[in-house]
Every structure is written in C-alpha cells, then in structure tokens.
Design a protein around this ligand. Sequence first.
Ligand SMILES: *Cc1c(COP(=O)(O)O)cnc(C)c1O
Length: 436
Amino acid sequence: MSTVLPDATDPAWLADARARAAALDAEDPLADFRARFNLPRHHDGAEQIYLVGNSLGLQPRAARDAVITELDRWAGLGVAGHFTGPTAWAPFHEALAEPMATIVGARPTEVVMMNALTVNLHLLMVSFYRPTPGRHKILIEEHAFPSDHFAVESQIRQRGFDPAASVVLVSPRAGEHLVHPDDIAAAITEHGPELALVLLPGVQYYTGQVMPIGSITAQAHAVGAMAGFDLAHAVGNIELALHDDDVDFAAWCTYKYLNCGPGAVGGAYVHERFHGDPTLPKLTGWWGTRSATRFEMATEFDADPTVDSWQLSNAPILAMAPLGPALDLVLEAGGMPALRAKSRHQLAFFDQLLDDHFAGRVENISPRPFTDRGCQCALRITPSDIDGRAVFEALEAAGVACDWRYPDVIRVAPVPLYNTFADIAGFVAILDRLLR
Ligand SMILES: *Cc1c(COP(=O)(O)O)cnc(C)c1O
C-alpha cells in the first residue's frame, strides 16, 4: 500500500495536503462513481493512482455484463438477435445517439456512433473537403496528432493536390507551447479565399489547451471555409455545444474520457443543415440507407435525412456493447456540467500544490485559466540535470499510471468521474519524493 498511504518522511505540507484531500473527497458529490469502475492494481496489490484516462479510460464495471449479454443473445438467438429484444442489433446504434448527442451538445439526428476516429475523419473529409484550384487549403495545427496530419495529407493527395501547397500550419509562437487563438484567426484571414477547410482539435492532445470552437467556426465560415473538429481529447472532458457553435462536422474516439474500451467505436457529428443535401459527395454503404426499407435490398441509395446516412456497414455489436453503460455513467453523474464543476476544484487543488511546492522543479505547460484547459495537465521536469523520461518511469514503478509524450512532457489527467483528491495528493507525494 506504499503508493497511497502517508509516509513517515512526509513533510508537514504533504500531511496537510493529504488531510485536505480527504476532506474534499468526503464532500465530493460524485465520490460514489469511482466504485462503478475497475481500477488496475499495482504489483504491491494497491490500486494504481490512475491518471491516464486521457489515453484509456477505466473500465466501467457494467461493461463486462453488456458484452456478455450480447454474446449470450448471439448464442441463444442467432440471426434473430438483429430484431429481437431491447438491444436488437439492427437499431443498436440508434439508442446511443441521444446520450452521445447530450454529451457533445448536438441533436440526436446529428450524431452517430460508427467506425473509429481516423476512419470517420476520412469519411467526413470526403464530404466536407471539396477542393477547387482556387480553394484547396486545409488549416491544421503544426503539432496536431500524427493521424490528423496523415489523414489530411492523404485527402489532399487523393484529390490531386500537393500537401506542400495545400496544408496551412498554425504553431505556437517561438518559445511558447500554446497556440494563440489570435494566430489561428490571422491565418484564417490570410489564407481566406484559398481556404477550403479548418480542421482543429477541440482540446490539444499534448498541452490540454481548449480551442475556442465557436469563434474558430465563425471565422472559417466568414471566409467561406468549412470548420471541422477532432474531439478526441475534448469529448467527455469539456462541455461542447457543436450544434449551437454551428460546427460543420466533428469526429471523436470513445476510449479516452468516455471509458468505452480499447479501440472502441468512435463518433461522428454532421450539422443538420447538410443532412438532406443530395449534392454532398459521400462514400456510401447499405447501412446508410433508411432503416425502414434497408432489408428490401433496393439498389438505389435512399437515406433518411440524418447523419446515419454516413454509415457504411452494420455495427460491430460486441465492440459497441460497452458504449451504452459508459455513456450512461457520464449522464448519471450529471453530464459535463457536473464533471467540469468537480474538475475545477481538482485542478485548483493540484495547481496550488504545484505552485507552492514545485517551483523550479515542475512546470505545467497546460493553460492556467479553467476555461482554456481540460482536466489533463502537461508537466515538464525543469531542472536540467534531471531526465524527465526517467522521472516518468519512476512514477510508473511507484504505482502511478500516467504517460510520456515526446519530447518532454508527462501527461497526468485527474478525471473527475473517477479520480479522487487523494489521487492528486498521492501523486504529488510520489513526485516530491522522486525529485528530492
Ligand atoms: C487519440 C487520438 C487519435 C487516435 O485515432 P484513432 O483513429 O482512434 O486510432 C487521433 N487523433 C487525436 C487528436 C487523438 O488524440
């Protein structure tokens, strides 16, 4: 239990931090949700201090039953499972639209669960990147996740253009880590007439910076460009209002803050103004046709005017089974407003400990204002004689689950749905011991 219990060598401030954490946990209205998840254990048998929900969220205890239920239905019903029972497979994805739409601030007809994130980015760019010789550029951030770079570059090549001429990169200013929203706006204006698409993250994966989705969308629209967002690190982390922000399209994965399981089925959003547009290019498959007539096997593509028409194949039910219970947990906790309210307290607690006791040792490059950050903190070990990567490895060995991102950041995410204030105090205690 060495990872969580007080240590005789704790300095007084740490004993005080642990006491405050215990008091904050005692009055946390979401405290009971932790027990709804399985926590991995460290080799000494104690629960890990799991601060890596930004990479893979914990397993909801209800996930196993949900998968077993579908295995049993398959065993007992065979093909009849498609149309039998409350979780009939043919309409399985439909039940997920409403909870998912609530979490991303969209209408249920604007959200569908399908495929995986990068696949969905491609499918949506087929529809929303429509380059012409005069307007062919895509604006992304220089430090975008590699998959986003690759998806954008390959889309550009696929349409006969050259990424060297068609990719516009926005970067942090020299010596800085965060992208200035002003610089995004300036780049949109500068490339305006040539800009076909702005594709940015909702939350930056490395720094945890929140992008101003509504204003970026308005700026893109003002120059005649589309606005799409990769919400991998935003969904389940910050409040979103995709419909009201007038976002054209978005895609996300569900295995990070939504706890749906490794490689889980992702999500896609398309604003309803595009749903009935027959001129929009689209890759199509039978699962995109109207559910009422799908099994009549007509060979003319006839779709309902919803985002469901972007579906290609029938849903992978075993992979999709954990989504329902996982999304329900977020909503049962009160949805994103409740989770953000707790996160605000957790980050204030964490920030203060870092400010008061780690000056000159640890720098948090995540934005400081709460509105500009999600729950992830990107920590740099600052003394030049200490190797940050070695600190990360020692943290892992001491029972902290976190992650390392090149070149020099340790990402730690206190996830309000299941992390405690005691997790934060425990992490800080281990970090202090390692740096001393
Ligand atoms: C996690 C993540 C991905 C992963 O893509 P998959 O298609 O789900 O493998 C892509 N982009 C961003 C920004 C991510 O954070």
